[in-house]
Design a protein. Structure first.
Length: 283
């Protein structure tokens, strides 16, 4: 099994890092986790096409994780998708996709179907191919040797948000080739501990270097919103992770990136990677 990091940046536009997204692949299957800014073109840069992706898993509904979802869906259709596309995500995902297909891109879809009819094409309506499932924690996918589990993670919930109104998921993917955990956006929490325990590779958000936490506002981030470099090594060590892959960085200097590595080294003795766009990691 292989991990391909499509986008390792955060919500702020960064020319060096696209929005959140990664591929898990083992043979002919390509599972996409999140579809942030630029993911469609990153797929092509990685040697793939959008129509090869299935299913798509969404961790939560911040724009830097779903901003390219409509593009991935329609690009796969424009490129010739004729097979079903399953989209799996937390409560509210189905409503977002329904809005994309039946409101935001309704005129675009009507145009293509009209064009296809004039050309006597047998083009299938993309709305007949997309199947969206809103999921809760537990086993959410079990096909062809892939078993995917979801659990709630803490991303802003300490500020007063509830999982009912703001559901955020991490995922654990189990295959005969190994186990991979995708943290989603989170701080240390029980859900992340359950997902990451004994995993071969943990792909973990790490927005700030510890050296960037200098005031009240930046201190709120690792407390309630996104893990920092002073936390991620401890998370991986406690979970017994074999490899740690860090992603979802705020734009920073090479010197600050180096301090992240130093912070992780203090707590985690396994192999770890400072993620970069289009980096590939064998499980």
């Amino acid at each position: 099994m292989k991990i391909i990091l499509l986008g390792t940046g955060g919500p702020r536009p960064d020319p060096e890092r696209q929005g959140s997204g990664l591929i898990l692949t083992d043979g002919p299957a390509y599972l996409l986790f999140d579809a942030g800014r630029g993911v469609s073109t990153q797929l092509v840069r990685a040697g793939l096409q959008p129509q090869q992706v299935n299913p798509i898993f969404i961790t939560h509904h911040h724009f830097d994780h779903i901003g390219n979802l409509g593009d991935v869906i329609l690009s796969s259709w424009n490129n010739g998708r004729t097979t079903p596309l399953q989209i799996i995500g937390p409560r509210g995902t189905a409503a977002i996709v329904e809005t994309l297909l039946n409101q935001v891109y309704a005129a675009d879809i009507h145009f293509r179907l009209t064009e296809a009819a004039r050309c006597e094409s047998d083009l299938v309506d993309i709305r007949d191919l997309v199947d969206v499932i809103d999921v809760e924690p537990g086993l959410v996918y079990d096909q062809s040797g892939w078993r995917v589990f979801a659990d709630y993670v803490e991303h802003g919930h300490g500020l007063g948000l509830s999982q009912t109104k703001w559901p955020c998921l991490g995922y654990r993917v189990e295959t005969p080739s190994g186990i991979v955990t995708i943290s989603g956006d989170t701080v240390p929490c029980a859900g992340l501990d359950r997902l990451a325990g004994g995993t071969d590779v943990l792909v973990q958000c790490c927005y700030l270097a510890e050296a960037e936490i200098v005031d009240h506002d930046t201190a709120l981030v690792p407390k309630y919103i996104l893990a920092s470099s002073g936390q991620v090594g401890k998370i991986a060590a406690q979970a017994g992770v074999k490899k740690l892959v860090l992603t979802h960085f705020r734009q920073k200097s090479a010197a600050l990136m180096q301090t992240i590595a130093e912070d992780v080294d203090r707590d985690f003795t396994g192999e770890f990677f400072l993620g970069q766009d289009l980096m590939e990691i064998e499980v």
